[in-house]
Design a protein around this ligand. Structure first.
Ligand SMILES: [Zn+2]
Length: 146
């Protein structure tokens, strides 16, 4: 942790406070380029936008996927008030961000929340691999694939 890391983490926490003050869950994040410039920042807006996916980490990963080439993305650091959830980590990996620094771990966050009421999802498969592979076959080896 450098003094810059601490400064950017404090900004992420400030964004989390802003999210909470605006009626949303208390999470905030920013994306910093290799030169220490703040490229983008965001807050959780899942309540005010009625969007369960409106986590700041996901919004920044989507922004990076649109605006940055993979080499540039690899030089960025995301600073975030809490450890990214599974959904956001998937997007962060797909947007090729280089580093994530968080203030509070998932375990520490969980200790501050009531137990989750979610019953869990039953995941079943592979249920039809022969038909399921047809649209995928050749896609990743064709020249037209982005
Ligand atoms: Zn998330």
């Amino acid at each position: 942790m450098t003094p810059d890391d601490e400064r950017f983490l404090l900004r992420a926490i400030e964004l989390a406070n802003e999210a909470r003050a605006g009626g949303n869950p208390p999470f905030g994040s920013l994306l910093v380029g290799p030169d220490g410039d703040v490229l983008a920042e965001d807050r959780n807006t899942s309540v005010t936008e009625s969007d369960i996916t409106a986590h700041p980490e996901l919004k920044l990963a989507r922004w990076a996927g649109r605006e940055l080439d993979p080499a540039t993305a690899a030089g960025t650091t995301m600073y975030t008030s809490c450890q990214p959830c599974g959904m956001c980590m998937g997007a962060i990996e797909r947007s090729f961000l280089g580093r994530v620094v968080y203030a509070l771990s998932t375990e520490q966050l969980t200790a501050l929340k009531p137990p989750a009421a979610a019953p869990g999802v039953r995941l079943e498969g592979p249920a039809s691999p022969e038909q399921g592979r047809v649209p995928v076959e050749g896609y990743y080896t064709s020249a037209s694939q982005p």
